[in-house]
Design a protein around this ligand. Structure first.
Ligand SMILES: [Zn+2]
Length: 212
């Protein structure tokens, strides 16, 4: 029996969802623990992202917030996250001496990459970009959008342009990264949404407007 993502992210539900579980390279945000279910395409992509990040940036741990509830439907604190295609993912951060830090909560950053909470943490341009690149290149899930604040989007694209190995992905990343129109600026996490999985014709709907 195949897993189903029905309706749209803002008005939908799911059946036979897969539960995302914590692992050595993937940490679940304590407040997200009741909404850890998604379409297998999304859950498996997050697991791949976590293990790839661990390989390419040793010590990196993916911090994941809400996905959807087991059967989907409205989830408090979100407009979408209803049909198993959305996940909130924490930013990679470094301290003032550029040492990677692991967090169990989301931290908001300003345009200069400084934490808004006065902790001295900084937005890790390089590791955050690496993750965006992994999502762009993922062959098995199609990432439709990555919601993030416009100032951080700009920061990521600018830093990638300066790096020869990253430059060729800048244009496709520019279409993927977007600040949603209907909600908070997403300055403390990425919200990643996959496209309707295959064989979902007529069941799964893409959202017309770019809303989270
Ligand atoms: Zn979200």
């Amino acid at each position: 029996m195949m897993s189903l993502s029905v309706g749209s992210p803002a008005k939908g539900w799911q059946r036979r969802a897969k539960k995302l579980r914590p692992s050595a390279d993937l940490r679940i945000k304590p407040s997200g623990r009741h909404a850890m279910y998604g379409h297998p395409a999304l859950v498996l992509m997050l697991q791949r992202t976590a293990s790839q990040m661990r390989r390419e940036a040793p010590g990196a741990t993916l911090l994941v917030g809400d996905l959807s509830t087991e059967f989907g439907g409205p989830l408090s604190g979100h407009h979408s996250h209803q049909s198993g295609r959305d996940a909130d993912v924490g930013f990679f951060v470094v301290d003032s001496r550029n040492r990677p830090q692991e967090l169990d909560h989301f931290v908001a950053f300003d345009a200069s990459g400084k934490a808004k909470d006065g902790s001295g943490l900084r937005f890790d341009d390089c590791r955050n970009w690496l993750m965006i690149q992994m999502w762009l290149r993922d062959q098995r899930a199609v990432v439709k959008y990555v919601f993030v604040a416009t100032v951080l989007r700009q920061r990521l694209l600018d830093s990638a342009r300066r790096h020869p190995a990253f430059r060729k992905y800048v244009d496709s990343a520019a279409t993927l990264l977007i600040q949603p129109r209907n909600s908070s600026a997403h300055d403390d996490h990425f919200h990643v949404r996959i496209a309707c999985p295959s064989r979902h014709e007529g069941l799964c709907q893409e959202q017309g407007t770019v809303n989270d």
